[in-house]
Design a binder for this molecule. Sequence first.
Ligand code: SF4
Ligand code: SF4
Length: 338
Amino acid sequence: MVAAAIADSNKKLVWLRGSGCGGCTASLLNGGNPDVLSALEKIRLEPAYHDELMLQQGMFVDGSPAGDSTHNSNVLLQDLIDAEGYVLVVEGAIPDGPEGSGRYCMSGAMSFKELFIEAAPGASCIVAAGTCAAYGGVSRLFSTAEAAGVSFAGTSKGQGAMARYGLENTVINVPGCPTHPEWLLLVLADVLAGRDVDLDVYGRPKAFFSAAVHDSCPRRGAYDRAGRDGRFSDGGCLYALGCKGPVAYADCPTRRWNGAASMCTQAGGPCIACVEPSFPGAFMPFFSTGESRDVFSDLNVDDVAKVIVGAAVVGAGIHAVKRLAIGESGREEKGGRK
Ligand code: SF4
Ligand code: SF4
């Protein structure tokens, strides 16, 4: 049934890039097996417009795009927006500043904010790719930009761009800095198949973002044996180096990255919780043994880990634990000033 639904879909993909580094596009292109073009072809999603990958071209006459959609990418984008029904992938945050103009991030002649307001209503579904698009991410650290994610600003749903500009649409957050190509492609496949994607309180698919990295980290054995003072170069647990694996919810240890070659803690880097709504502010400085312990809200990490594992076992309450463990009050601002 899923295959048949996908075969019938033939949707167009419109990919817009706001305030971000482009890493999520790079991650998607590194997708491996299947490569991104075969995968999109398989799920019958036509990449009709991509801000970064396609050749931006076309003349403007008196400030308006001239020519037809073959020769002017602005005309092509406008035609797609007018036709509606596309799947809209947003990469990067949506700045509102300065003074509500959105002009800290321009896309051609328009601010990205204006483009988003124009493109969002016609989308059959919006996928926020990466933590900047989902929650504001790195772009939100600098308050002058007044950047937000599509439907969230940090952990707050009411302050995302959708609510800010009075828009309503289905939004699925696929965070990560960058996002994992498989998370994105599997979500797109589900959307095209018309399946309801089961989301957590932060709008992320539960299928990928329910278990803590710590639960199945390859260094978990060392953690359980109280070997928590590992160094970057040895096989010990990286907790003392600031690892946020106990409060980061993603299937990185089982899915792994770069063609399933490795993942952060396996490669010797502490998890920096890049999939969390409060990233990066609440988790900075990343490699600190002192201040970073703030994220555990004065709880003993052993207790947090036990409760998290317990919650996962009973299949409930995990986000309550996470909110308790992370909290956003003040810490994000604190991180932002560093
Ligand atoms: Fe792995 Fe970090 Fe947990 Fe240690 S604290 S077991 S390195 S996730
Ligand atoms: Fe992000 Fe942590 Fe997963 Fe690395 S292990 S990709 S920092 S959530």
